[in-house]
Every structure is written in C-alpha cells, then in structure tokens.
Design a protein around this ligand. Structure first.
Ligand code: ADP
Ligand code: MG
Length: 421
C-alpha cells in the first residue's frame, strides 16, 4: 500500500478515536507503512503500541508481534478487541491454547481477518507455527520490549536471540520493527545487531519525564514506617512499591494492610489467577497500593499511578527509570521515592556471585551507576538523562526543579554520610 493513498489522521480517528498522533508516532507509522525496517526508542507511555497496531490494521496480511509476557499481550489484545472488531481482529498464540483454539487462530490468519498476532518468542520456535506462518501474508514483524534481546538490558530473554533466525524461516523481506523504552546506546546497538537491521529508520524520543519528582532517602531500619507515613499522606492515591524479594513483598503488603492501607502483594511466586486478580484490583481501584517485585508492571497501563516507591534500590538505572516511569503517565503528579543503603548494593553484588563472570561484570558496572545516582548531589533528572545519552539543562530544562537535590541542595559529602546509618 502506498502512502499517497492513505490519510493517517483519518485512520487514527477511525481505529482508535484519537485526533492527534503523540510525539513521533506519525513518522514511525509512515516508515512502517512504507515497508522500512524501523527502530523506535520511546519512553514508557510514549505510545509505542499504536506505532505498530495502526499499520497492522490498515495493511494486508497479519503482523506478528513478539512480546515477552502473556499478561502484556492479553492487555493489548483486549484493547484491540474493544476498539476495532469490525475492521479486523487480534489473537494471541501461546502454549495455553487448546487445539480448537489454535485452529481458530490459524483460520483467522488464513482468511485475513487476523491483523495482529501476538506471540511469545518461545512459541515462535514451534515447527508447526513456523510452517504455517511461512505460507501466510505477513505484513511485518514487530518486536516489542526489544531490549529483552540484550544482556545489557534490564530484562534479558535468551529466546529473543533466535528471532532473526526464525524470521528468516518465515519469509524473505519481512520488515522488522524493534521497539523499546531502553535508551542506553549499548542496548540499542545490541538490538540492531541481533535483529540484523543495519539500515533501520530510527526514531528516538526524549526520555525526560518532567512531571515526575525524583527523591532518594537513606534507608534505615525504620524504612517500613517511613513508607507507611508516605502512603498515608497520599491517602486514596494509586501507588506501586517495589521490593527485591517475594518474602519482603508479602511482609510489607501485610504490614500496610494492618495499618489500614488497601494493599495487595504481587510476585511471580503467586499463581496466575491471584496475580491477575491483584492486577485487576489495582486497575479497578479496589485497592490503592500494589507491593511487588519486578514481575509487576511491564506494559501495565494505569495512567494515574501517583507514586512509585523503591523499598530496595534496583539493579540498574534502566530498571529504576522503567519502574518509576509507571508513575504519572497521564502527565499528572508522580512521586518517585527510592530508599537507599549501600548494604543493599552489597546484597545485590552477592546475589550475582554465582553467575558467569561476564554477567557479573555487566551487573557490577550497572550497579556502580546506581550507586552514583543514589549518592549524587547533582540534578537527578540530569543524571538519568545523561545516562541515556541525552543533554539536560538543569537550569532551564523542563521539570528542572523536580527532584530532592535541586530543591534541597546538599554537598556530596553530607549526602554520603547520611547513608551510613
Ligand atoms: P508504551 O508502549 O510506549 O509504553 P503504550 O503503547 O502503552 O505506550 O501507550 C500509552 C498510552 O498512550 C495508552 O493509554 C494509549 O492508549 C495512549 N495513546 C497512544 N497513542 C495515543 C494518541 N495518539 N493519542 C492519545 N493517546 C494515545
Ligand atoms: Mg509498550
């Protein structure tokens, strides 16, 4: 389909009801519709899904969307089903489907009504699926959360490494779209190399989130009480509290409940039903707070999360940025509060000690950046954006005054002393 024949604004309105594109969406979509390999780096909430959903809906054939989590695929398929069933449908192909369901999916691809096929990368390796898809019209392959391909990313998935090879088996000249919210130059290089897209059209949005307030406090033995005080002050607002271990998640959720806060735990040790019930309770606002491990949040689209607390400091700046990025997606207030103690860094170092040396080295380098961030006395926003290769003017940049270091300047030495508690 040539671009001259379509009015993208009209299509946007028709399928999604929006009257304007967000940020770089229109340029990205133009690139995809023209059949170019395309690489999109946009922060969380930037509207990456629509970048491939709209082209998929308006083009012939089926777009394959690789996505790392079933919950995430389900979210998106539900959303597509609610807006555009008359124009085409979306399916998920994964190991939970029975034979009849798989046949239905195949029939809908074959007849051309299935516009978006969401798959986990491990499903794509199944001979049966590859053989089937080989004979279908595939509009493009979108690799969402493409940083999963890189060991330097915060969520490495070995299965992502096979994608290029599988794609070659499905067909020649299928355009590839990589999308990620991880902006570090290293991860981006890895993605392009592994997907084999050397001459991609690349679109990179700014990672500044001017409405987020960044704060790091020393972590003492009273950290739970500090958290309770903070949550009570923000009564009725939605928030996420991240902890490192499942055990701590359970404990803290209970402590909050005992203190009259509507909170539930979320971690990978809970069964799927409980997890999705707790997720729904949060989305429906039956509860205010989810206490979670990193298992929670990827792709969760709740626009009015008002705070993200890190009970434990994350293992990289990317993780910190991703997790805090779930606050204030609607542009409203978003308070990001992290508790930091060097002891936690030592703990994280220790966790890694059993891993292969190369992995340890990466992990150590990432952690050193976290230490530098936690202990810095410069603008936290400037620090984060610099990490992502972006210049930020901490005098005049958007959101310049939105962090603890800017509001209460203190010298580096004092800041360090605080942390020995
Ligand atoms: P990302 O994957 O980049 O984190 P999403 O694709 O989940 O972001 O989109 C974030 C939010 O932005 C969603 O609620 C989506 O409906 C909304 N959105 C996307 N594009 C537009 C648009 N053009 N106008 C208004 N809202 C949009
Ligand atoms: Mg997304």
């Amino acid at each position: 389909m040539g671009l001259t024949e379509i009015d993208l604004h009209k299509e946007l309105k028709k399928y999604f009801g929006f009257s304007q594109f967000k940020g770089l969406q229109e340029d990205v979509i133009t690139s995809i519709v023209n059949g170019h390999d395309t690489f999109v780096v946009m922060p969380t909430g930037g509207g990456k899904s629509l970048c491939y959903q709209l082209p998929a809906l308006i083009q012939d054939g089926t777009a394959i969307v690789v996505s790392p989590l079933i919950a995430l695929m389900k979210n998106q398929v539900d959303a597509i089903r609610s807006i555009s069933s008359e124009y085409g449908i979306a399916h998920v192909l994964n190991s939970s489907l029975n034979k009849t369901e798989v046949n239905q999916v195949k029939a809908d691809i074959d007849s051309g009504v299935c516009k978006l096929l969401y798959v986990a990368p491990e499903s794509l390796t199944k001979e049966d699926y590859v053989d089937f898809l080989k004979h279908q019209t595939i509009s493009f392959l979108a690799v969402d959360e493409a940083h999963c391909i890189s060991e330097w990313g915060h969520d490495f998935r070995p299965e992502y490494r096979n994608l290029r090879h599988i794609l070659q088996r499905i067909g020649d000249n299928i355009p590839v779209i990589g999308l990620t919210a991880t902006a570090t130059p290293k991860v981006q290089e890895d993605i392009l190399k592994n997907l084999g897209i050397t001459d991609a059209n690349t679109f990179k949005a700014s990672f500044n989130r001017p409405n987020l307030y960044y704060e790091v406090r020393p972590k003492t033995k009273n950290v739970d009480a500090d958290i309770i005080r903070f949550v009570k002050k923000n009564d009725g607002k939605s928030g996420i509290i991240y902890c490192l271990s499942r055990k701590k998640v359970e404990e803290l959720a209970q402590t909050l409940q005992v203190n009259g806060i509507k909170a539930v735990p979320y971690h990978a040790g809970l069964d799927a039903k409980t997890r999705s019930r707790h997720q729904d309770m949060f989305l429906m606002e039956d509860i205010d707070v989810v206490v979670a491990t990193i298992a929670f949040g990827m792709g969760i689209d709740k626009p009015d999360v008002r705070f993200v607390i890190h009970h434990d400091i994350p293992k990289s700046i990317e993780s910190y940025y991703q997790e805090t990025g779930r606050a204030g997606r609607d542009g409203g207030e978003g308070h990001c509060l992290a508790f930091y103690s060097y002891k936690d860094i030592e703990k994280l170092e220790k966790f890694m000690s059993g891993k292969p040396v190369a992995e340890q080295e990466i992990g150590h380098a990432l952690l050193q950046e976290v230490v530098a961030f936690a202990e810095t006395s410069i603008s936290r926003r400037k620090f984060i954006l610099h990490y992502f290769g972006e210049e930020f003017d901490s005098e005049t940049g958007e959101g310049a005054d939105m962090d603890d270091n800017v509001q209460n300047p203190k010298n580096q030495h004092e800041a360090k002393d605080d942390l020995e508690l």
